[in-house]
Design a binder for this molecule. Structure first.
Ligand SMILES: Cc1ncc(COP(=O)(O)O)c(C=O)c1O
Ligand SMILES: [Zn+2]
Length: 403
C-alpha cells in the first residue's frame, strides 16, 4: 500500500491538469486547482475497517491526502474533533437531531489547523522554505505555527482589526507579521506583490491547492462519525468557502470509493454569511455562478469577512448540486445566539459558529429544515479566541462583602 493515492491537480474550469510533484498555484486560466486521487486503484484496497486501529487525527485518511511520504507529515495531533449532541439547543430551535462538529478543540483553536497541517506538510514535501499569505487571523496563526514546526519561515499580513490573539500567535511563532489598515483583500494585494518580488510560496486561500484537502477531512470525519450515513443538512460559516468546498469533495470521494452508498442523498449544504458581508448569498439568491465584490464589508464574525472569494463558483456549485442554500444573519442576533448556546449547552462557540447556529434556527423557522432532519453545524473555532466580542457588567465585591 502507498501512503497517498494522490494522482494530479486539475482545473475545475478548463480541465487542464498539473503535477503534484512541483509547485503549482492557480491554473493558467486563473481558476484554483483541485487535487485528484487514484480512487479506482484504491477502491477495495482501503476500507473503513482499516481506520479502526488508526490514531484519532486527520492523518488516519492519509491515502486520501496529498502528502506522499509519511516523514513529511507535520502534525500537532489535529483532527477527529467531537460531533456533539445538542439536545437543549435542538429543542429550543425545534431541531431535535442537532449536532455540532466542534472545531474549537483543535490545535490553534480553529479548523484552520487542518488546512495548515496538510498544506505545510505538502509544502515541505515540495521543498518550500518560505511561505506567505494574507489572512483574517485564524489561518495566519495556524499556518505560521505549523510552518515553525516545519522549520519554514512565514510572512503573514492581516487586517489591523483581526482578533488580537491571532496576531499574537503569529508573532510568537516568529512569523514576519504585518498588519494592514484594510481588509483581507488589501492584504492579498500586498502578498501577491511580495510573492512576485521575493519568490515566496503563495499559500493565499485557494492559490495553494492542498489546503482544501486538509479541510476536506471535516467531511470525512462527519461521515465516519455517523457510521457512513450522511446528515440531511450541513451548515458552514463561509468566507473563502474552502471548508464547504472541501466537505463536498470529501463526500463525493467517499461515494466514489463506495464507503457511502450511491443512493445515499448528499446533505444539503448551507453557506452562512453575515449581513455585513454576503456576496455568496447575493449570488445564490440571483441564481448566479459567481459573486461580485462586496463593498465596505463589516462583521464581528471576522473569519467570514471575505468580500470576494476566488473559489466562489465552487461554493455556489456545491450549493446548487446539493439543493442547499445561502443565508445571512446579523451581528447582534448572532451574539445573542452565541450566549444562548453557552447557556443551554455549555459550549462557547466562535462568532462564525454562532452565525451558523442562528442560520439553522432561521431555516427551521422557514421550514426549509424539517423537524425530523439531522443537522450538523460547524463550529469552526473556539469562542475563547474572541474575548473582545463578549461584554458583561459583573459586580465587583470588596473583601468581606457578602452576596
Ligand atoms: C473561525 C472561522 N470560521 C470560518 C472561516 C471561513 O472559512 P472558509 O475560508 O473556509 O470559508 C474562517 C476563516 O478565516 C474562520 O477563521
Ligand atoms: Zn483552468
Amino acid at each position: 500500500m502507498k501512503f497517498s493515492y494522490v494522482s494530479h491537480l486539475y482545473c475545475p474550469k478548463c480541465s487542464e491538469t498539473y503535477s503534484t510533484e512541483e509547485e503549482n498555484h492557480l491554473c493558467t486560466c486563473g481558476s484554483p486547482l483541485l487535487v485528484a486521487y487514484n480512487l479506482d486503484e484504491l477502491r477495495g484496497k482501503f476500507t473503513a475497517d482499516d481506520l479502526l486501529t488508526r490514531a484519532p487525527d486527520l492523518w488516519r485518511y492519509h491515502e486520501l491526502l496529498p502528502v506522499r511520504q509519511n516523514n513529511n507529515v507535520i502534525s500537532l495531533g489535529e483532527g477527529m474533533t467531537p460531533l456533539v449532541d445538542l439536545p437543549a439547543l435542538g429543542k429550543d430551535m425545534s431541531i431535535p437531531r442537532l449536532l455540532m462538529k466542534d472545531e474549537g478543540v483543535i490545535p490553534t483553536g480553529a479548523f484552520k489547523a487542518r488546512g495548515a497541517a496538510v498544506g505545510v506538510s505538502k509544502a515541505k514535501e515540495l521543498g518550500v522554505k518560505e511561505l506567505a499569505m494574507p489572512t483574517n487571523g485564524n489561518a495566519g496563526a495556524a499556518w505560521s505555527l505549523y510552518a515553525a514546526r516545519a522549520q519554514m519561515s512565514s510572512t503573514i499580513i492581516m487586517p489591523v482589526d483581526a482578533p488580537s490573539i491571532t496576531r499574537n500567535e503569529c508573532a510568537l511563532s516568529g512569523a514576519n507579521l504585518f498588519l494592514v489598515n484594510g481588509l483581507i483583500s488589501d492584504a492579498g494585494k500586498i502578498v501577491a506583490e511580495a510573492v512576485k518580488e521575493k519568490g515566496l510560496y503563495d499559500v493565499s486561500t485557494l492559490k495553494e491547492p492542498y489546503r482544501i484537502e486538509g479541510k476536506k477531512t471535516m467531511g470525512l470525519e462527519i461521515a465516519e462519525q455517523l457510521n457512513w450515513k450522511l446528515p440531511d443538512v450541513i451548515l458552514y460559516p463561509t468566507g473563502g468557502g474552502v471548508g464547504l468546498i472541501g466537505i463536498y469533495k470529501a463526500l463525493q470521494e467517499l461515494k466514489e470509493l463506495g464507503w457511502i452508498e450511491s443512493d445515499e442523498q448528499m446533505p444539503r449544504l448551507v453557506a452562512v454569511q453575515s449581513e455585513g458581508c454576503a456576496p455568496i448569498v447575493e449570488a445564490w439568491e440571483q441564481g448566479l455562478h459567481e459573486s461580485s465584490f462586496w463593498e465596505n464589508s463589516e462583521t464581528i464574525a471576522f473569519g467570514i469577512n471575505v468580500p470576494k472569494a476566488i473559489g466562489d463558483f465552487l461554493v455556489l456549485d456545491a450549493l446548487y448540486e446539493t439543493n442547499g442554500c445561502a443565508i445571512s444573519v446579523d451581528d447582534d442576533s448572532l451574539l445573542q445566539e452565541q450566549q444562548r448556546i453557552a447557556e443551554l449547552e455549555g459550549a462557547f462557540v466562535c462568532p462564525e459558529g454562532a452565525a451558523s447556529f442562528l442560520a439553522a434556527r432561521k431555516l427551521r423557522d422557514k421550514d426549509w429544515i424539517k423537524e425530523d432532519e439531522q443537522v450538523v453545524v460547524l463550529n469552526t473555532g473556539a469562542g475563547i479566541k474572541y474575548p473582545d466580542t463578549v461584554n458583561f457588567e459583573v459586580p465587583t465585591l470588596e473583601p468581606g462583602d457578602s452576596i
